[in-house]
Design a protein around this ligand. Structure first.
Ligand SMILES: *Cc1c(COP(=O)(O)O)cnc(C)c1O
Length: 227
């Protein structure tokens, strides 16, 4: 494994962090309350290793299997890694996801809550959980629909699954800010603290609207070969 720091990744992470800090200041936020999640999906271990050498520790993956192929090795070599699941979770992968991730951001249905609750007693260190909201009510998009959010939250409460955050991916063909604002509104209404929103192209707007974590892939690792 190449142990040299990759200057491009180091520079890009620094640049995103400084943009994060500038946006925080501009919108009267505290820089430390906004987390940068480096989205490493589709990128190989060597690339991620380069990012870890810069000292960065918070990452996002959107497939359980892919994360399982990459992260156990990396976790042996680096401590304090915080891994977020930001893609859809199938119930039959719940057990594996619980052992791999520190935050599961994509709770979106009761069946998944059931599968997680069933495995939790056998999980040594339980992750945190966010609900993904289909904030633009898009047919093809993952996430619970807005009018089912309250019911899902209630169900989580009954099942004693604590929800710490809401996550969304706004429609790609419309301005994102109103959707970020809407997600914040629901978070406030239900006293939910964490808001995962904003990607490479719109994270400053997300910070303006109250994001507590931003998920940045392309601006750090470059273009992916999308499948
Ligand atoms: C891929 C992905 C990102 C990162 O997107 P970029 O535009 O590359 O920054 C963020 N959130 C989710 C849910 C993703 O799947």
């Amino acid at each position: 494994m190449n142990t040299q720091q990759n200057p491009t990744i180091a520079t890009r992470i620094e640049s995103i962090k400084s943009r994060l800090a500038i946006a925080a200041k501009r919108f009267d936020r505290t820089e430390n309350e906004i987390k940068l999640i480096a989205v490493s999906k589709f990128h190989p271990i060597e690339t991620i290793h380069g990012a870890l050498l810069t000292g960065h520790r918070t990452f996002g993956e959107n497939r359980v299997q892919e994360a399982n192929d990459k992260w156990p090795t990396l976790k042996e070599r680096f401590s304090d890694i915080e891994l977020h699941l930001i893609g859809p979770l199938q119930t039959n992968k719940a057990k594996l996801a619980l052992s791999l991730f520190d935050v599961i951001e994509t709770i979106d249905r009761k069946k998944l809550v059931d599968a997680i609750v069933k495995e939790l007693p056998h999980t040594p260190s339980a992750p945190k959980f966010y609900i993904q909201v289909n904030i633009g009510e898009e047919e093809q998009k993952a996430g619970v629909s807005i009018n089912e959010l309250e019911g899902l939250l209630l169900y989580c409460k009954e099942q004693k699954l604590t929800i710490d955050g809401l996550m969304c991916i706004p429609p790609s063909d419309k301005p994102a800010a109103p959707y970020f604002a809407l997600l914040r509104k629901y978070a406030n209404k239900h006293h939910i603290k964490e808001l995962s929103m904003g990607m490479s192209g719109d994270f400053e707007e997300a910070i303006q609207q109250g994001a507590t974590s931003i998920r940045v892939g392309t601006a750090i690792f470059g273009e992916r070969e999308n499948l």
